[in-house]
Design a protein around this ligand. Structure first.
Ligand SMILES: Cc1cc2nc3c(=O)[nH]c(=O)nc-3n(C[C@H](O)[C@H](O)[C@H](O)COP(=O)(O)OP(=O)(O)OC[C@H]3O[C@@H](n4cnc5c(N)ncnc54)[C@H](O)[C@@H]3O)c2cc1C
Length: 398
């Protein structure tokens, strides 16, 4: 019976980030995924500058460029207020965080991650393998049961997304409705008037949340609606999406002659990082959506998946050579320090702002008056500026 150093369930951005980090350090990794790649992932496909900077470090972007050719660089953000104020901000290519923002379909991006994984001899990657349970020995996890048999490891990393069976089994899943959102998207072809900017539409009908149009190719767009609260009725969300496409004054102009690509309209949960629960127990660590790490203000999740995957891998590597309990506590400390207090809790507290038409309108009008302010907002949304850079909007800090 082979025992790997680390067994990882799920090979999206979080699982691949963990696997690649551990492989570079020479650890043996088993990476399991239920899908056969390349596979679709319901997403807006917006890769923020902070995410692309991590993928550059991981040497994944070189392969993305090689495979996909010229990428859809996102050089701006256009915001539409509930009353129709339009703010065009440009994303400076060198912000306080490095990297460029892109729109890259997840089917391609995740397949590049898998290709990088396959280059490492210390990673065994099994696709088409569904994890069904954890094999426990008292308080300790010994491995994972799957459709392909049982697998054993000294550390287990759950990176199997918003419906993680591991998080559920350990009673660590985010079940708190106030810390969950839901989003739905489809691809459209023959879209008119696409630019190098992503569009966020704060349409009255979908506050707290927004509709988006992200350019995903020539006349192709990823169009979606994301609600920053748990939506009880998914059929109603579909109706909101249809209304956004057909009736929102700005969106409908772009999408008038567009064609929705069949089978692409799909929804998925957004488990927010503001959830206060623990992200691990014993030698099991939760990362990405499985660990509830999505930004509660805008639904960004790829960056946090990559980063939490990396943190979990760091903790796992420590646990393999030093006192385990302290090493696992290191993960909890790392993500809490980096994400929770500095970001997620504050952002959750700011969520009502997205529900307040008056405040949204005032903010957008204020930003629209000066290009510098609009650029600052764009930089924060494109995540090449930190949220704290928004303080520069306030005169004494500017
Ligand atoms: C509509 C929508 C739009 C979004 N738009 C954006 C955006 O534009 N930018 C952004 O940064 N974030 C966006 N997000 C969030 C982002 O998609 C997620 O946060 C991100 O994909 C999380 O990565 P992950 O690796 O944790 O999980 P996932 O990407 O979900 O990967 C999980 C992997 O686990 C596998 N898996 C699941 N169950 C099992 C099992 N039982 N056994 C084995 N394998 C399993 C899956 O096949 C999958 O490959 C969006 C989310 C939604 C729903």
């Amino acid at each position: 019976m082979k025992c790997y150093d680390v067994v990882i369930s799920g090979a999206g951005p979080a699982g691949c980030s963990s696997a690649l980090y551990l492989a570079q350090k020479g650890y043996s990794v088993l990476l399991l995924d239920k899908a056969t790649f390349p596979r679709e992932k319901v997403c807006g496909d917006g890769l923020t500058a902070a995410s692309s900077a991590i993928l550059e470090e991981m040497n994944v972007m070189d392969l993305v460029r090689l495979r996909l050719g010229p990428l859809m660089v996102c050089k701006g953000v256009t915001l539409f207020s509930p009353a129709g104020t339009v703010v065009h901000g440009r994303i400076a290519q060198a912000g306080s965080l490095d990297g460029f923002a892109y729109v890259i379909p997840r089917k391609e991006l995740d397949d590049c991650l898998i290709a990088c994984v396959k280059e490492h001899s210390t990673i065994t990657f099994l696709e088409n393998t569904t994890v069904t349970d954890i094999i426990m020995d008292g308080e300790r996890a010994r491995g994972l049961s799957s459709s392909g048999g049982d697998w054993f490891g000294r550390v287990i990393i759950a990176a199997d997304g918003a419906y993680s069976p591991i998080a559920s089994r350990l009673h660590l899943a985010n079940k708190e409705k106030k810390h969950q959102g839901f989003a739905i998207r489809a691809y459209f072809s023959k879209v008119e008037g696409l630019t190098d900017a992503i569009e966020l539409h704060y349409d009255k009908s979908m506050l707290p949340g927004y509709g988006w149009i992200f350019p995903a190719g020539k006349q192709r767009a990823n169009v979606g609606v994301g609600l920053m609260t748990r939506f009880k009725d998914q059929r109603a969300l579909k109706q909101l999406f249809e209304r956004f496409v057909a009736e929102n004054a700005f969106a409908s102009a772009k999408l008038k002659h567009a064609v929705m690509e069949p089978g692409t309209l799909r929804g998925w949960p957004l488990p927010f990082g503001s959830f206060q629960g623990k992200r691990g127990r014993g030698n099991v660590l939760l990362t990405g959506d499985a660990g509830s790490f999505v930004d509660p203000l805008n639904g960004e999740g790829i960056y946090y998946a990559l980063k939490s995957g990396r943190y979990a891998a760091e903790a796992a590597a420590r646990a393999l050579v030093e006192e385990e309990t302290r090493a696992f506590m290191h993960y909890e400390e790392l993500w809490r320090k980096e994400f929770l207090f500095r970001k997620f809790t504050l952002e959750y507290a700011l969520q009502p702002l997205l529900n307040n038409e008056f405040l949204l309108e005032s903010l957008m009008r204020f930003a629209a008056k000066k290009q510098k302010r609009a650029n600052l907002l764009a930089g924060v949304i494109g995540h090449n500026l930190k949220k704290s850079d928004l303080l520069k909007l306030i005169p004494p800090f500017s």
